[in-house]
Structures are given as structure tokens and as C-alpha cells.
Design a protein around this ligand. Sequence first.
Ligand code: AMP
Length: 287
Amino acid sequence: MKIYTKVKDLQKDLMAYSKFGKSIGFVPTMGYLHEGHQKLLNEARKENDIVVLSIFVNPLQFGPNEDLDTYPRDFARDEQVAKVSGVDYIFYPSVEEMYPKTPCVKVFVTGKSDVLCGSKRPGHFDGVVTVVTKLFHIVQPTRAYFGLKDAQQAAIIDSLVADFNFPIEIVKVDIVRESDGLAKSSRNVYLTEEERQEAPLIYKGLKQLKESVAKGQMNPFDLKQALCTFYETNLHGQIDYVEILSYPDLKPISTLIGQTALVAVAYKYSKARLIDNVLIQGGKETK
Ligand code: AMP
């Protein structure tokens, strides 16, 4: 496994592989790797000749009052996880390497970003598509792997690739959870002991919603009300949003019948904002 901190060095090595027709699987992350990231890496390992992992806490996608400075980082540990996951190259650039000067050209999201995290974190997805565009140009992968934990991000990346004609296959990977149902996240370390104990109820609420749908409840308004009531009654943090939208278009819907619907939650604890979701296909869960 090789570690690169410079764009030019990585590109030079990867170009040699592309020339020989080898496929490159790419997993972009912000590090502090867990089993969710590892699932993406495993998928990439299965489907490609070379696996490239990037670790970069991208300042552009953090708002002024967000957790850029305190975002958990542990490169030595990540290196070990990458090694056991069969990574060939880690790209671990500095902020200066990725953004050496004020850019003359920027990438902006013009759709799918006025809802969910996009509406709560202004500029977040502009930062995401900017860094992903740069990383795609640097790595030039055959396939890139994104988790459905960030379902809105995955939908926006699909549009980025389609709108800008990136010759890259986007592979979406299901959410990996702790045994008690909590979605794995680098930010789970911010939770207090009490918060960690009750946080699995976020997914429990989503599962109950799915059961209501299976019993025939197809009205998104009523489903959302019931989910909010469950959270208000059982959790001690704060709902940031609960939304039911079409997927991947992220538009409001009046029924779940015949739709692929995303039920997405953002929940705020004292130091952690957690997100989770389920996808429901035509009244049935997709995974
Ligand atoms: P991050 O390091 O949080 O930017 O995440 C990097 C990638 O890993 C993104 O595509 C995420 O959606 C994905 N990811 C994060 N957590 C999970 C999880 N629990 N299950 C599956 N994918 C995940």
C-alpha cells in the first residue's frame, strides 16, 4: 500500500495503470474509518484492479459554526484499516495541496440541495461537488463508491456525473449499522454515554415507519407526524429535520404508492448531529 500526499505523484502512478486498461475503484472519505467505509472499500476491492482511498477533511463543505476543527482524525489508525481492507493507494493531501490558491472557477449545485442537509447546511453540497470534481479529475476512477447513509449526497453525485459527463460508474452502498441499529458514523464518538444509549431509537423510529407502510399507510404527512411524535416522546436531543421525499429527485410527494421514497432524519445531540434514512420502494423497503 502506498501513501501519497501530492496530486502529481498520485496521478503519475495511476496513469500508468490506466494505460494498461486496469480498472480503478475510488472511495472518497474524510477518514476516521469505520465498518461503513470498509464496506465501500470491500466493494471496490471486489470490482476493480486497483483501489484508491482518499482521506481529506474538506473545509469547503463545513459551515462557519460546524465541526471542521474538531472532526475526528487518526491517520495512523486509518492506515491500518486501509491495509486490512486491501487498499492500494491512500491519497492524503493537505488543504494547501487541494486548494493552493483562491479558485477562479467554482462548481455549484443547482438542484436537489434546497431540502434535507442542503437546506440546513448552506453551501455544504457546493463544497462536496467541488472536492469530488477535483478528486475525480485527480484519480480518474472507473468506479466511485458512495454510501447511502448520505443519500442526498449520493443523489447529487449522480447528477454531477451525468451533468458533467464524467465517465465514471457511481456505486451506492447500503448503510452499515452497529448491532443495536445505530448507523455507523465517524461522528458517533461525539455522543455522551446517555446519548449513545438512546441513539439507536433513531433507526427504531424509521423501522416502525416501514412497518406502518407495510401495513398500508401510504400518506407521507401522517407517517412523518408519527415519526416526529416518536422522536419527541423517546429522545432527548432535537429534531433537525424529518422528511419524506421522492428519490433520487428529492421532491415532495403526496403518496408513497408507486414511488421510491426517501425517509430521512437529522437529529441533533449536544455535540453530534446524526443522520439516518431508509429508502422505500413503491410502498416496500428497497433493502
Ligand atoms: P465520510 O468519511 O463521512 O465523508 O464518508 C465517506 C463515505 O462513506 C460516504 O460515501 C459515506 O456515505 C460513506 N459512509 C459513511 N458512513 C457509512 C455507513 N454507516 N454505511 C455506509 N456508508 C457509509
